[in-house]
Design a protein around this ligand. Structure first.
Ligand code: IPM
Ligand code: MG
Length: 371
């Protein structure tokens, strides 16, 4: 029995998560697997009513689960950053989910490139450091002191920044940071994935030609790790990479990227594969509690309309199964999605006419038919 904490979240989150749960539940009919779902309301609505984001009680409650299934977090009524940092990033950091796995296979015939080119890319985005650490602040009139703190499972880091400018102006800082041990464990995971899928090379993204401190350390670790593991390593600067992913996605198979560039590149790549409606992500802690979600956000304007594509969230459930050690069932879900699309059953973002719940029903039916 897998205990799954379900956080439907905001906007269209509840609708898509509902389809994903339908798909997981039907697996129990034909395969030896059981899920115990428990929903928790950690979202904008609760924040607006109570001021609570992710509380210590939430974290304690979540620790009792095997995995977390998340819809989407975000609401127009709340200032940008509050829910994102207070809930989503907080969950990723608190549960030390240092890997964000975002598969990007071409979903024929929905690929958005003019050229007919086949590809299957797995992006691994570092998920707890880089420019996402939330350490920064403002120095007004050119003078000030910032006492910053970054707390992770691996360390509790304090940074003091004394700023003195020769002119009176307002200055803002956003510190990026990486640590050797975190890059090492991230690289280990990516390399072991490469071996799992019989790949002997990988591409590592950065901007070491400009941010040479942070990405200098990053390169140092990758170079060592790939040498030890006998993996062929290619570095790409992020600007060139964004071009290459549109021009020649077939040249890439496994891609590792720092947090911020990974955020950007995975939206770009999702569009190339067929759209955000098909892009799932897994926030993974190989020894802890991982969390699975679609790459897309809460799309508030489509809330309750039953027209959003649930496939990204269904594929997030596939990643969850893989991660729970049931890659066999992950494959079942993936094949059922493929069958559904092949039958012409898809939502309007892909040019279809079907509703959210009908796509979920079709995936369920495909799973039933398979055995
Ligand atoms: C994503 C999202 C988040 C991120 C936001 C909502 C904080 O864009 O999961 O890609 O930047 O990681
Ligand atoms: Mg993003």
């Amino acid at each position: 029995m897998f205990k799954v904490a379900v956080l439907p979240g905001d906007g269209i989150g509840p609708e898509v998560v509902n389809e994903g749960m339908k798909v997981l539940k039907v697996l129990s009919e034909n395969y030896s697997v059981q899920f115990d779902f428990q929903e928790m309301q950690i979202n904008a609505e609760r924040y607006l009513n109570t001021g609570k984001l992710l509380t210590a009680e939430d974290v304690d409650a979540l620790r009792k689960f095997d995995t977390i299934y998340l819809g989407a977090i975000g609401d127009d009524r709340v200032q940008p950053g509050v829910l994102e940092k207070g809930i989503l990033l907080n969950l990723r950091f608190t549960f030390d989910q240092y890997i964000n796995h975002r598969p990007a296979p071409l979903w024929k015939p929905f690929g958005r490139l003019k050229r007919d080119v086949d590809f299957n890319i797995d992006v691994f985005r570092e998920n707890t450091e880089d420019y996402y650490i939330g350490a920064g602040g403002r120095v007004n009139d050119g003078h000030g002191k910032l006492d910053l703190r970054v707390k992770r499972n691996l360390y509790d880091m304090r940074v003091a920044l004394q700023a003195d400018s020769d002119v009176k102006d307002d200055f803002a800082f956003e510190i990026g940071m990486m640590s050797r041990k975190n890059i090492e464990r991230f690289a280990d995971f990516v390399i072991s994935y490469a071996k799992l899928v019989n790949e002997s090379s990988l591409t590592v993204v950065d901007k070491a030609n400009v941010c040479s401190n942070i990405y200098g350390l990053w390169r140092e670790v990758w170079t060592e790790k790939c040498k030890q593991a006998n993996i062929q390593l290619g570095f790409m600067f992020v600007d060139a990479m964004s071009m290459a992913l549109v021009k020649n996605p077939d040249k890439f198979r496994i891609v590792a990227t720092p947090n911020m560039f990974g955020d950007i590149l995975t939206d770009l790549l999702a569009e190339v594969t067929g759209g955000l409606g098909l892009a799932p992500g897994g926030n993974i802690n190989p020894k802890g509690i991982s969390m699975f979600e679609p790459v897309h956000g809460s799309a508030p304007k489509y809330k309750g309309m039953d027209r959003i594509n649930p496939i990204a969230t269904i594929l997030a459930a596939k990643l969850m199964l893989d991660n729970l050690g049931r890659r066999d069932l992950g494959t079942v879900v993936n094949n059922a999605v493929r069958m559904t699309l092949d039958q012409g059953i898809y939502t309007q973002d892909l040019g279809g006419t079907y509703k959210t719940h009908q796509v979920g029903d079709a995936v369920v039916a495909a799973i039933r038919k398979m055995k």
